[in-house]
Write a protein that binds this ligand. Structure first.
Ligand SMILES: Cc1cc2nc3c(=O)[nH]c(=O)nc-3n(C[C@H](O)[C@H](O)[C@H](O)COP(=O)(O)O)c2cc1C
Length: 174
């Protein structure tokens, strides 16, 4: 066995940690989970809205669907009402500045000055050089703690030839 190899988890399950410890350990565990980065966009009247999200995952192929966990305090939350159209734009490695902007570095419509944006059906903003732009409508929402699980029914997908996703792990882009 190489000397650098070690096991830090105990063989047996210990007594449950207190709530704060559980939260902190879970937060550190989740930092180790690599995730692709998407910009979730929608439209409220004439206003374009978008946030950076890593919580997206496919849900089912039958029907084609995905889910995204959206903080209830996020600006986009109120616009993601039942049947609302939204798009999940998967980022390529060069899109790090776009992710930073939509992750909070820029606010409001200024976010859309990062990246090349057009519109897809129902006028929802679409990143024109996204690895994939998945167009959905809100099919269901589940409130849980601080977040809303938004289930999107996939209506259409645009694919580019690029296959180098922007990946976020341990608080950094890889
Ligand atoms: C890499 C990264 C991933 C994120 N993933 C999520 C996510 O999955 N869900 C979420 O609600 N916020 C996520 N955020 C935070 C939002 O993008 C950020 O809070 C956003 O600024 C909130 O939008 P608002 O300022 O328009 O309210 C993420 C931020 C970053 C930088």
């Amino acid at each position: 066995m190489p000397s650098s190899f070690f096991v830090s988890c105990p063989d047996t399950v210990q007594a449950p940690a207190d709530g704060e410890q559980v939260r902190e350990d879970f937060r550190l565990a989740m930092r180790r989970m690599a995730a692709a980065v998407a910009i979730v966009t929608c439209r409220k009247g004439d206003e374009w809205l978008g946030i950076t999200a890593t919580s997206m995952t496919s849900l089912s192929m039958d029907p084609p669907s995905l889910l995204i966990c959206v903080n209830r305090s996020a600006s986009i939350r109120a616009a993601l009402e039942p049947d609302a159209a939204f798009t999940a734009n998967l980022l390529e490695r060069r899109h790090k500045p776009v992710s930073d902007a939509f992750g909070g570095r820029a606010m409001g419509k200024e976010r859309f000055s990062f990246g090349h944006w057009g519109t897809c059906e129902r006028g929802v903003p679409m990143l024109r050089d996204a690895i994939a732009a998945i167009q959905c409508k809100v099919d269901r929402e589940v409130e849980y703690g601080t977040h809303t699980i938004v289930i999107g029914r996939v209506l259409n997908t645009c694919l580019s030839d690029e296959m180098n996703p922007l990946v976020y792990v341990n608080g950094n882009y890889q």
